[in-house]
Design a protein around this ligand. Sequence first.
Ligand code: FMN
Length: 181
Amino acid sequence: MTDLMNLIQERRSIRKYEDRPLSDQILQQLLDAVRWSPSWTNCQCWEVIVVKDAAAKEKLQASLPPKGNPASNAMVQAPVVLVMCAKAKVSGYYKNMASTKFGDWMMYDLGLATQNLCLTAHNLGLGTVVVGLFDHDKAAQAMQVPDGYELVTMIPVGYPAKVGSAPPRKETVAFTHYDKW
Ligand SMILES: Cc1cc2nc3c(=O)[nH]c(=O)nc-3n(C[C@H](O)[C@H](O)[C@H](O)COP(=O)(O)O)c2cc1C
């Protein structure tokens, strides 16, 4: 198996973190992983807010539902939360018009950047968890995200204190089609 395949298979969502800061050099590598991600017409619609301040992390945590998000503790335990935002209506757009039936492709671009980030973090011995279930408007207000931009996901990053087992995956035959559906 290639190193890349190992990284892909062994990356897990991490929801428990050590009390240990991240160096600026490591943070820079994570941001570089975002930087080199592909995007629609290379529009690079992503904006990343690096949150280290404890009070700010608590505000973000408060945007999660009171129960039912297993990443809640991770929001304050991890030394850094990377808040993934995007400029709206540029990805998938040409002359202010959506080019395809899917409209805004910012979620797609952010998804690619996020996986680059999470795999790079894993390669550096760090853990991440993508957090998508929360009140996006509340979190955006706490982060003072300007109009025309959306706060999409939040990613706690840090040294893993506990790595869970891999949730099962469908076999490839369950989703692969040849020559037609
Ligand atoms: C877009 C997206 C949103 C997610 N939102 C949450 C979340 O709000 N809370 C959480 O604990 N995990 C969240 N996850 C993590 C998934 O539950 C996890 O990736 C999945 O169960 C597979 O586990 P693995 O990442 O360890 O392989 C999210 C993942 C993605 C890709």
